[in-house]
Ligand binder design. Sequence first.
Ligand SMILES: *Cc1c(COP(=O)(O)O)cnc(C)c1O
Length: 537
Amino acid sequence: MKYFSTRGADQLLSFEETVLAGLAPDGGLYIPEHVPSLPDNWQTAWKDFSFVDLSVAVLSLYISPEEISQSELRALVEKSYSTFRHPDVTPLKELTDKTYVLELFHGPTFAFKDVALQLLGNLFEFFLKRRNASKAPGEQPERLTVVGATSGDTGSAAIYGLRNKANISIFILHPKGRVSPIQEAQMTTVTDANVHNLAVKGTFDDCQDIVKSLFADREFNTAHRLGAVNSINWARILAQTVYYFLSYFHLRRQIPDADEIEIQYVVPTGNFGDILAGYYAKRMGLPIGRLGVATNANDILARFWKSGAYEKVDSSAEASVPAAGGASDGKQATDASGVRETLSPAMDILVSSNFERLLWYLAFEGAAQGDDVASRKKAASATIADWMSKVKSDGRVQVPVAVLELARRDFFAERVSDEETLETIKYYFESDAHYIADPHTAVGLCAARRVAAQNPPQTHQVVLSTAHPAKFSEAVTRALQGSPSFNFERDVLPPEFKGLLERERRVIDVEAAQVDLVKKVIEKYAAPTASEVGTSV
Ligand SMILES: *Cc1c(COP(=O)(O)O)cnc(C)c1O
């Protein structure tokens, strides 16, 4: 299996090259040369597979055995998911007879990004080790310097994915004092020598700008072989397809007339990575219904499914007068770039980076059917390059009606306000299930409930649960403070979080949001040896 960019279908890369590159040089995202179909007997052969078995089965359809053998792949996957606390890795829980949550937060940082980043870290290490093993004695080993900015969630999952990996250093910038205490503690209490937390005096945008400048600096980039672990990395999408299969089998096992039901997945969505994995599963042949995109007030995707316009700023809302009394959403603070601050911060985005991959498939299906596959691929990539340059220059693109119809065939989208998010947390806590959802999961649960009334009666909904409620204690406490039976420490706080705030930390203070200061830190600590340690604060 080879991979090519959504913006140019000519050049083919191996899986290894794809994973190490992240983003394509033309600005596009890598996708597989074709979506593999499932083996004929998958329904019976895979039905009792564990998460690890299913990972090997699904991933090996996308990775040539010449690149990673079955036994190497199994070892990588076993190592990656041994860090999860639940035997199912991603367990399915029943909330009502038609509603289930697929809990993706049983990894080291209690959020769904662990599923992908635990594997990605091991893949990086595997590739570098192999490259270095073939080097002559005395030759410089290949190293990778991973640099990223975080407002909280992604940073800790990346750190836990890469801690203690050979030949890799990781530098994560966060805005000093502006991430939640739990998230800050999760990141800075990792004291492995290859992990460097930079507390930058400034905002999250400052941190992101610094990271962008570092990547744009060719000399610095090449000297340190900068790498990114952001959500567009193909390996992250691939790792996430597995739990759609696992939950499909788990759900069917619980239902007597499983052949009669339709399964509908609803996914709290930001950068469109989690739900895109479901789309790949569906394209491969997993028989599931439409996928539900659930957004918060940062609703570029919900607006796309309404109008076919993919635009950063809601042009229809700008023209309209706010309703009397003001919808709570309208008053929400936005940061300098226009992102709205919500109670589900991991979904606070302006554009959805992985959405480009879906657009490619829609453009491909919409391309002239008579042409051969190679020409249609080329045409699709040209269309995507055109659409994306419009988004860049005009802030928007309007896709043809036929493309929007294709999108509606496989997806629906709903926007959920903060108020509804809080109500939903309360609703499920007070329901018979007595379930405490985090605010991201609640966005998904709310969207699911909204569409449930229109679903055919045989529909069963699976809502992806993306974070443990303890990570977002403010929202959860706010939603449940009126419930007399609620006690945060007893009902939510996992034992692993107790004492976290008091643990030893390692963090490097960066006194101003300046690229040069960050460069100095990276120059000092990249390619660490055991004796090198950061500044203890
Ligand atoms: C990243 C994240 C999301 C959004 O996932 P995407 O793949 O970006 O759509 C949702 N919830 C939580 C808790 C996350 O960390």
